[in-house]
Design a protein around this ligand. Structure first.
Ligand code: GLN
Length: 488
């Protein structure tokens, strides 16, 4: 048995059956990271305690948890007690949190082990993982391409076989789009399902944690543990979806899949369009029904998203001022020691944040400013409601919405980074579900002519994760996507 070939669920089964110890699993993955991370730069920090911890747990005979012995990669945005958490920003370069994010804690309590912290766009702002303070992460299918973002490291690490499963976050597509670019599977649950406590905040009304794995069953196993009401997060919801621990594929007979006409007008790359067509045929051959629907406000989603997200970010990031924690500038622009508070703030924030983060703070501050809040932020909030209503009416005639994840497969490193609008437009197909707080998943459905993976997205009604994943599993097993990236 090669442990590196096992899915997360198989790892847990084998650890529980004592066919393999937690330590052996952790060590095998630690070795992969050690020897192969330089290819993709997916990992930004290794948990030096992980192997000792695995040994200790083995010695205590700890095989009871639902995730016993499962090594985990975690986006470097989740606070991990005693282990640096940087959001891949210079401003948090030396931040070691005194507590662990609720969702990570829940996974650890069930026997999972944080092996590594993973690369991402700085403060989760980006679609390509190029804005990371630790340098870009690369796509394991083609190292000259981006892995997507912002959870690029989380998708690339799973695809490259450095961790069996990982945690990402999705504010406007950051789980789904990297999963699509890297040929892996990701789920963004309903907003409020998983506690945001201990997640470095970007845009609080959108941020949502979720798993990235080799298949839907692995994602479901993590979701089952993470989804819970948390009193430490005011937007965490009590409503619990059904158990997802042992989901089985569910028949598509009579299930209606909406095909939004606006998503087809997005200049889809021919290979993406082809995979999407094949997927529709597969759905129909499985007894599902494809129905045409309309989401009329789709073209406004990117503008609305970038107003809401930047506004919230400008407020959330105001805490990084060099006074309490994180990076602090010592000298002013002239090289003299800083003696006043305003210079301390200005210099710290100028030096500590990268270009993209500064751009967004400026945009967000502008759209919230007294003279413009009505024209920008408030207007965006109103249109956000219309986008939500689009989904509500669409779900009158379908059970799920099926779409491509983004218009093209992974693009080249450097291709869009100097053109922020081009980069923002990449989010057209993922931001609508985020704005509406709806659950959505991305699973690999095909390959491009250039050998790059292509994913597709299912969007469901609030709290339908269990059914959506179970139905998704039927599609997944029919498609039987088995391609592996070149670096493996
Ligand atoms: N690409 C989007 C952005 O840059 C989404 C990021 C995310 O979901 N964290 O904001």
């Amino acid at each position: 048995m090669n442990v590196l070939d096992l899915s997360a669920s198989e790892i847990v089964k084998n650890v529980k059956a004592k066919n393999i110890s937690g330590f052996e699993v952790a060590e095998a993955y630690a070795r992969e990271i050690e020897s192969r991370n330089t290819e993709t730069n997916s990992v930004v920090c290794i948990n030096a305690q992980a192997l000792d911890l695995a040994k200790q747990r083995d010695a205590n005979g700890n095989v009871k948890g639902a995730l016993a012995g499962l090594p985990l990669g975690v986006k470097d945005l989740f606070c991990t007690k005693g282990l640096a958490t940087t959001a891949c920003s210079k401003i948090l370069e030396n931040f070691v949190p005194p507590y662990t994010a609720t969702c990570v804690q829940r996974l650890e309590d069930q026997g999972a082990l944080v092996l590594a912290k993973l690369n991402m766009d700085e403060f989760a702002m980006g679609s390509s993982n190029e804005t990371s303070f630790f340098g870009p992460c690369k796509n394991p299918w083609d190292l000259s391409r981006v892995p997507g973002g912002s959870s690029g490291g989380s998708a690339a690490a799973v695809a490259a076989g450095l961790v069996p499963v990982s945690l990402g976050t999705d504010t406007g597509g950051s789980i789904r789009q990297p999963a699509h670019f890297c040929g892996v599977t990701g789920v963004k649950p309903t907003y409020g399902s998983i506690s945001r406590y201990g997640m470095v905040a970007f845009a609080s009304s959108l941020d949502q944690a979720g798993p990235i794995g080799k298949n839907l069953a692995d994602c479901a196993a993590l979701l089952d543990v993470m989804i819970a009401k948390d009193v430490k997060d005011g937007t965490s919801l009590k409503r619990r979806v059904a158990s997802m621990a042992d989901l089985e594929p569910r028949s598509l007979k009579g299930v209606r899949f909406g095909r939004p006409k606006e998503y087809l007008d997005c200049d889809l790359h021919p290979d993406v369009a082809k995979s999407y067509e094949n997927l529709q045929k597969t759905i129909e051959s499985l007894g599902g029904e494809i129905v045409d629907i309309s989401l009329p406000h789709t073209s406004l989603a990117v503008a609305v998203y970038y107003l809401v997200a930047t506004s919230e970010a400008s407020s959330n990031l105001s805490r990084y001022d060099g006074a309490r924690f994180g990076y602090r500038s010592q000298k002013d622009v002239e090289g003299k020691p800083i003696t006043d508070l305003e210079t301390l703030y200005t210099q710290t924030r100028t030096e500590g944040f990268g270009d993209e983060v500064r751009r967004r703070i400026l945009l967000g501050t502008f759209s919230l400013s007294a003279g413009y809040v009505g024209a920008f932020y408030k207007k965006a909030a109103q249109v956000r409601r219309l986008i939500s209503q689009d989904f509500q009416s669409a779900f009158q005639s379908c059970d799920y919405i099926v779409t491509p994840v983004s218009a093209s497969p992974a693009f080249k490193i450097g291709e869009k980074i100097s053109d922020p609008l081009e980069m923002f437009k990449n989010d057209i197909l993922t931001t609508p579900a985020s704005l509406a707080g709806l659950p959505a998943l991305s699973l690999p459905v095909g390959m491009s002519k250039d050998g790059l993976p292509i994913g597709a997205q299912l969007i469901g009604t609030a709290f339908c994760e269990d059914a959506m994943i179970a139905h998704g599993m039927t599609i997944e097993s029919a498609l039987d996507f088995k391609e592996l990236p070149r670096v493996r």
